[in-house]
Design a protein around this ligand. Structure first.
Ligand SMILES: CCNc1nc2cc3[nH]c(NC)nc3cc2c(=O)[nH]1
Ligand SMILES: [Zn+2]
Length: 374
């Protein structure tokens, strides 16, 4: 029987929104928290020092990518794990690889054993099983390890969703039975589509396996936004109070606030980093695309309300120029601001929860963000 590790402490509640602390071997994580995505051992265009100065407390690494290149054995051999390899001494969460196989590899086949796939790099064939996923994440030494699950393709019938959920539960047991390193925490992943009964059954059966935290899978995969939001409002508060709740792959700023309002603690999304490279600044007044002609001589900072080192010094005109001529610095500056914006938004949400004023915070942010000022 796995002894239960308690890593989460709730410190405040404001209706269903909560603020807490997750304790890991690589430091404390103040929730609600946004996790910058560091796919291949790098949060694209960011130095680790820049992530530290904006006070990122946890980043995400992708098992699928790191397994293919440079390989988890190399990372364990030369870096004693991902922390040493990339010189990041704060917390790391690794995903389990299954979801990315479906989004990246050309051929993939699901069996009881696991998922067979062809590498998107050289077409070589591989099998990722629950045990293989745990072996990779053990070698990476992440503080939070994600279960190997199946994220069913949508649209799906209820029978298909149940079948997929049952497979995810059998794989969850195999992950739990795998011996990870002492400092590592294992999170279960709740599947079941938008069916409250399937989701509740999945959660109850996962609770018997003593995971240190729970994630919601199978969302932000093409369902209507209002379907996701109403599902969250009805389900999240039924998840265990005393364990971290992680909504995978979410999301846009307002989706994160909807998740926090429903009781979610942890978020990850590629949007702030990916859209940055396409010239999109996320600001209090809504998205701003720096490519627009009207910013050509605009000496305002990207987000006049932002206190990040980019907005404190540089103008829209300058960054528009950098982007237009293709200077790499543009990607770094826009990414830096966007991650700072996400981290600051979750910090502000946390303060609002501690003051029991989250609803007021939500309304004010919503009105400003949807004003589409730019
Ligand atoms: C941890 C790997 N498993 C796993 N990752 C996911 C990542 C997602 N990312 C998004 N939207 C961008 N939905 C997701 C669902 C899952 C899911 O159901 N499972
Ligand atoms: Zn800024």
């Amino acid at each position: 029987m796995t002894t239960e590790k308690k890593i989460f402490k709730k410190i405040a509640q404001s209706k269903k929104a909560r603020a807490g602390v997750i304790t890991t071997a690589h430091g404390e994580i103040e929730t609600p928290i946004f996790m910058p995505v560091g796919t291949r051992a790098s949060v694209k265009t960011m130095w680790q020092e820049e992530l530290e100065e904006m006070n990122a407390q946890i980043i995400l690494g992708n098992t699928y990518h790191l397994y293919l290149r440079p390989g988890h054995e190399l990372i364990e051999k030369v870096g004693a794990g991902l922390h040493g390899f990339m010189k990041w001494d704060r917390a790391i969460l690794t995903d389990s690889g299954g979801y990315q196989v479906f989004s990246l590899s050309s051929m993939n086949k699901v069996t009881e054993e696991g998922v067979t796939f062809q590498s998107h790099l050289d077409g070589s064939r591989h099998l990722i099983s629950p045990e293989k996923s745990m072996e990779i994440q053990r070698a990476l030494g992440s503080d939070i390890v994600m279960n190997f699950d199946e994220c069913p393709a949508l649209p799906a019938t209820k029978d298909r969703l149940r079948e997929s959920m049952e497979l995810t539960l059998r794989w969850a047991k195999r992950c739990r039975d795998y011996q990870l390193k002492d400092h590592q925490n294992l999170f279960g992943i709740i599947q079941g589509g938008l069916h409250h009964d399937l989701r509740t059954e999945c959660m109850e059966r996962l609770k018997e396996m003593n995971f240190e935290g729970f994630a919601l899978g199978g969302l932000s995969v093409g369902e209507k936004n209002e379907e996701m939001v109403s599902f969250l409002d009805n389900f999240v508060h039924t998840m265990p109070e005393d364990k971290p709740r992680y909504l995978m792959g979410v999301g846009k700023p307002l989706d994160i606030l909807n998740g926090i309002r429903a009781g979610i603690d942890m978020f990850d999304c590629v949007l702030p980093t990916r859209n940055a490279r396409n010239g999109q600044f996320l600001t209090k007044g809504g998205p701003l695309n720096i490519k627009k002609e009207r910013f050509k001589e605009d000496l305002l900072p990207p987000d006049p309300e932002c206190n990040c080192k980019v907005c404190r010094k540089y103008s829209r005109a300058y960054i528009r120029h950098l982007f237009t001529v293709g200077e790499y610095l543009a990607g770094n500056m826009i990414t830096y601001h966007n991650l700072y914006f996400y981290l600051q938004m979750t910090r502000d949400a946390r303060e609002a929860i501690k003051a029991d004023k989250f609803d007021e915070f939500y309304s004010s942010f919503y009105n400003s963000y949807t004003s589409n000022m730019w």
